[in-house]
Ligand binder design. Structure first.
Ligand code: SF4
Ligand code: SF4
Length: 730
C-alpha cells in the first residue's frame, strides 16, 4: 500500500474515533455537570483550600485509605499510579496521529519518563491480572452467594479489566514498532518497548507502518471507548473522586452532623426542612452518588446490614443514584412534569415523578428508600469511616430523616415519646429536672448556683442517662467520687442541665435539637462554663462538635480523657490487682466520631492484674452497640439484635468484664448479657458490663482503704484521705 494513503487513513480513522468518543462521552459529562448545578448549594464546602489540597495529595494521590486494604488496596494503588503515568503514552499516541516523531514537549525525550512508562506498564499488567484472579476466586455465583451485581454490574468489572489490558497491549505494540523504526523518543530508558521492538526487527518498513497504524487506531478506539463507558457507568468515579474528596467535610464527615440552620424568622409555608425529593439534596450528595465505586466496604462494617436489617449503605447510595439518573430530565427541566406522566427517563415501568424518596411504611412499592432502611441506621459512622472515596452516608440519612420527621411526622412512633419527653421534661425518659440529682444522694456534689467560681476547674456534664438511668447512675456516682479523690474541683448544673438534643438531632428532629442547643448554650454561658467533662460520648460529641455552630465554644473532654490524665499525673494511683479478663468495647461516638481510642484503654492499662483482650472489631473498625441514631428508643424487630451480635463477639473471648465508656453502650450490652443469662446461655453474674472508671475504682479502693491508714494513700484525696465510696462498696 502506498504509505501516503496509509498516512491519510491513519489521520482520518484516528480523528473519527476521537471525535465520536469525545462527542458521546462529552455529552454525558455535560449532562452530569448540568445536573450537579441543579443541586442545592453548600456554602460550607467552599474554603479551607490549603487543607483540602493537602488532603487531596494524601488521600487521592497518596492512596492513603485504599492502601489499608492489603492486596486489593495495593493493586488498586498500582493501577491508579500507573494510569497517571500511562496517560503520557496515550498523549504520545494522539500526537503520533499527526507526527510520527512526536514527543511530549519538555519531558518527552527524557529516558526517566520512558523507563517509568514501561515500569508501570508491567505494574499495571500485574495488578490487572491480580484483580482478574480475585474476581475469579470471589465470584459470588461460584461461591454460591447471591449478589445484586450478577449480570451487567458484574460484567462491568470484566469490561474494565479487558479495556485496561487492551490499552496496555495496543500501546506496547505501538511503542515497540516506534522503537524498531527509531522514532521512540527514549534512546535508553524504555526497556520493555525496546524488547517488544526487537520482536519486529527485520520486518520491512511498509509492514511496520501498517502495524503501527492498526495499533494506533486500535489504541485510540479502546481509549475513547473506555472514556465513553466510564462516564456512563459506575466507573465515573475515576473522574469524580478528586472532586468528591475536595468537597468532603474535613477531617471527615463524622462527629458533628451537617447543620441545617433553621431560621425561625424567615420560615414560611414554602420552607422545606430536610430532603423530600432529589432536588433538595446539596451538591456534595449528588457527587457522592456519582462517586460510589460499589466496593462494598461500607456494607461490610454496617451493624444494620450485618445483623440482617434491610439497610445497606452501599445500596442506599446506589438506589439514590439510580433515582437521580431516572429523574434527571425533570430535575433539569421541571416543566417536563406537566408534559408527560413521568416516563421521560425511558423507564416505562417506573413512574419517576410518582415515587417518594422514603416510604411511610415497610415495603411501600413506590418508595426509592424503604422505611426500614432509613430507620435501621444507628449513625455509628462505620460506613463513612470505611468508604475510600469520602461518601457521607450519615448525612444522607439524616437529611432524609429530617424531612420525614419534620415535614411529614412519619417515623417509628415508639420514638415519639422520647421527643415529647425532651421537649416537655428536658430528658428522653420524661423524669424531669427534680430527679436530676438523685444519683448524688449522700454525696457532697457542688451544684452551680449563679456563676461557676474561679477555683472550680470543670463543669461535670452528667447527661440524661448518667443522671436518670439506674445502671448509668452508679457510674456517675463513682465518677464523682473519683474526681473528689483526685482533688479535681468540679460542679454540676443539677436541675438546670437538660438533654443536649443528640437523640432528637439523630432521629431528624432538627428543630427540637436546635431549641435544646440554644437553651443549653445560654445556660452554659450564663454560668461561665469554660472546661466541661462529659461522661456520655453523645453529650461529649454534641457539646464539643455541634454547639460551636450555636456560639457555644467550650473546652470539652470525655471522662476517660480526664481519668487517664489524672493517672499520669499520679493523682489517681491504682495499686490493687484486679485478676480478671477484660475486653473493651469502643463507643462509636467516642471512638470513630471523635477518635478517642487510647484514653479508655489507658485507664484499663493502668490497672494491674487484668488480662486485656481486644475484640476483632475494635478501635476505628469497632462494632456498634445498636443504641445510636436514636435507635435506643426504637423497637428492633428485624434480624439479630445489634447488641446481641456485639456481646457474642465479646463472649468469644470469654471475658469476666466487658468494659466500655458510654452509658448507652453499657445499657445495651448489659441488656444483651441479661438476655443471654435469661436464656441460660450465661450463668448469672458470669460476665459483668462495666464502665472503665469502675475498674479503675475497684483497683484504687481496697488498697486506698489499707494504705490510707498506713500513710501510703493510693489516691491524692480531695475530701479527706478516705477512699471513694463506690469502690468501697464493691
Ligand atoms: S452509620 Fe452505621 S448503621 Fe448507619 S449505614 Fe452507616 S454503618 Fe450502617
Ligand atoms: S465504601 Fe463508599 S465507595 Fe464503597 S460501596 Fe460503600 S459508599 Fe460506595
Amino acid at each position: 500500500m502506498d504509505l501516503e494513503y496509509l498516512d491519510l487513513i491513519r489521520v482520518l480513522a484516528s480523528l473519527a474515533v476521537i471525535a465520536a468518543g469525545a462527542f458521546w462521552g462529552g455529552r454525558r459529562l455535560v449532562h452530569l455537570v448540568r445536573l450537579l448545578g441543579r443541586a442545592r448549594p453548600m456554602p460550607d464546602r467552599w474554603g479551607g483550600w490549603g487543607e483540602k489540597i493537602r488532603y487531596q495529595f494524601r488521600h487521592v494521590l497518596g492512596q492513603q485509605k485504599i492502601l489499608q486494604w492489603s492486596t486489593p488496596g495495593v493493586l488498586h494503588a498500582l493501577i491508579f499510579w500507573g494510569f497517571i503515568i500511562l496517560q503520557s503514552q496515550s498523549l504520545e499516541a494522539i500526537g503520533e496521529v499527526f507526527d510520527p516523531n512526536f514527543a511530549i514537549p519538555l519531558v518527552g525525550r527524557n529516558d526517566v519518563l520512558g523507563f517509568l512508562q514501561d515500569l508501570f506498564t508491567i505494574a499495571v499488567l500485574v495488578a490487572v491480572a491480580g484483580f482478574a484472579l480475585i474476581r475469579l476466586i470471589q465470584d459470588p455465583a461460584r461461591l454460591g452467594r447471591t449478589s445484586r451485581f450478577e449480570g451487567s454490574n458484574l460484567q462491568q468489572g470484566w469490561y474494565v479489566l479487558l479495556a485496561e489490558s487492551g490499552l496496555l497491549y495496543t500501546v506496547l505494540v505501538l511503542r515497540g514498532v516506534r522503537a524498531t523504526k527509531g522514532t521512540l523518543p527514549y534512546p535508553d530508558g524504555a526497556f520493555l518497548s525496546d524488547w517488544v521492538g526487537q520482536q519486529f526487527a527485520g520486518l520491512p518498513e511498509p509492514s511496520l507502518e501498517v502495524i503501527a497504524t492498526a495499533f494506533l487506531v486500535a489504541h485510540l478506539a479502546v481509549l475513547m471507548g473506555f472514556f465513553v463507558f466510564t462516564v456512563h457507568s459506575k466507573h465515573l468515579h475515576i473522574f469524580t473522586i478528586p472532586f468528591n474528596v475536595l468537597f468532603a467535610r474535613q477531617p471527615k464527615a463524622l462527629g458533628k452532623l451537617q447543620s441545617e440552620i433553621i431560621d425561625l424568622e424567615t420560615m414560611d409555608e414554602d420552607t422545606v426542612l430536610g430532603v423530600g425529593q432529589m432536588e433538595h439534596f446539596g451538591f456534595k450528595r449528588y457527587l457522592d452518588m456519582y462517586t460510589c465505586t460499589e466496593c462494598g466496604r461500607c456494607q461490610s462494617q454496617c451493624p444494620a446490614w450485618n445483623t440482617g436489617k434491610p439497610l445497606n449503605p452501599k445500596l442506599l447510595i446506589m438506589d439514590l443514584r439510580d433515582h437521580l439518573y431516572e429523574k434527571a430530565p425533570y430535575v433539569l427541566d421541571p416543566s417536563l412534569a406537566n408534559r408527560d406522566n413521568g416516563n421521560v427517563g425511558g423507564h416505562e415501568d417506573v413512574d419517576v415523578l410518582g415515587q417518594m424518596l422514603v416510604g411511610d411504611e415497610p415495603g411501600q412499592q413506590n418508595a426509592v428508600i424503604d422505611y426500614d432502611v432509613l430507620w435501621s441506621c444507628t449513625t455509628c459512622g462505620a460506613c463513612v469511616e470505611e468508604c475510600p472515596v469520602d461518601i457521607e452516608h450519615v448525612d444522607h440519612i439524616i437529611d432524609l430523616r429530617r424531612y420525614k420527621v419534620q415535614m411529614e411526622s412519619s417515623f417509628p412512633q415508639e420514638a415519639g415519646g422520647m421527643l415529647r419527653n425532651i421537649e416537655n421534661s428536658g430528658d428522653p425518659w420524661g423524669l424531669g429536672a427534680t430527679k436530676r440529682m438523685d444519683w448524688a444522694e449522700g454525696l457532697q456534689v457542688p451544684i452551680v448556683d449563679g456563676r461557676i467560681p474561679d477555683d472550680v476547674e470543670y463543669l461535670f456534664w452528667v447527661g440524661c442517662a448518667g443522671a436518670l438511668e439506674d445502671r448509668a447512675k452508679k457510674v456517675t456516682r463513682g465518677l464523682a467520687e473519683l474526681l473528689d479523690a483526685a482533688g479535681v474541683s468540679y460542679a454540676v448544673l443539677g436541675p438546670r442541665e437538660t438533654c443536649t438534643g443528640d437523640p432528637a438531632r439523630r432521629i431528624g428532629m432538627e428543630y427540637l435539637f436546635q431549641m435544646m442547643a440554644r437553651q443549653n448554650v445560654e445556660t452554659l454561658k450564663e454560668v461561665g462554663a469554660r472546661k466541661i467533662v462529659a461522661w456520655c460520648p453523645h453529650c461529649f460529641n454534641t457539646l464539643r462538635n455541634e454547639y460551636p455552630d450555636f456560639d457555644g465554644h467550650f473546652e470539652v473532654i470525655h471522662h476517660t480523657q480526664l481519668l487517664s490524665q489524672l493517672i499520669v499525673q499520679g493523682r489517681l494511683n491504682p495499686r490493687s490487682e484486679v485478676a480478671k479478663k477484660v475486653t473493651y468495647h469502643d463507643p462509636c461516638y467516642l471512638g470513630r466520631h471523635n477518635e478517642v481510642y487510647d484514653p479508655p484503654r489507658a485507664v484499663v492499662d493502668s490497672v494491674q492484674g487484668l488480662e486485656k483482650v481486644e475484640m476483632p472489631r475494635c478501635r476505628n473498625h469497632g462494632f456498634c452497640c445498636g443504641a445510636g441514631g436514636a435507635r435506643m428508643w426504637m423497637e428492633e424487630t428485624i434480624g439479630k439484635r445489634v447488641n446481641h451480635e456485639r456481646i457474642d463477639e465479646a463472649l468469644e473471648l470469654r471475658p469476666d468484664l466487658v468494659s466500655t465508656a458510654c452509658p448507652y453502650c453499657m445499657v445495651m450490652l448489659d441488656d444483651a448479657v441479661n438476655d443471654k443469662a435469661g436464656r441460660g446461655e450465661l450463668a448469672e453474674g458470669q460476665v459483668k458490663v462495666v464502665d472503665v472508671s469502675q475498674i479503675l475504682a475497684e483497683s484504687l479502693l481496697p488498697v486506698a482503704a489499707v494504705n490510707g491508714a498506713s500513710g501510703h494513700p493510693s489516691v491524692t484525696a480531695h475530701q479527706g484521705d478516705t477512699a471513694p465510696e463506690s469502690a468501697a462498696r464493691q
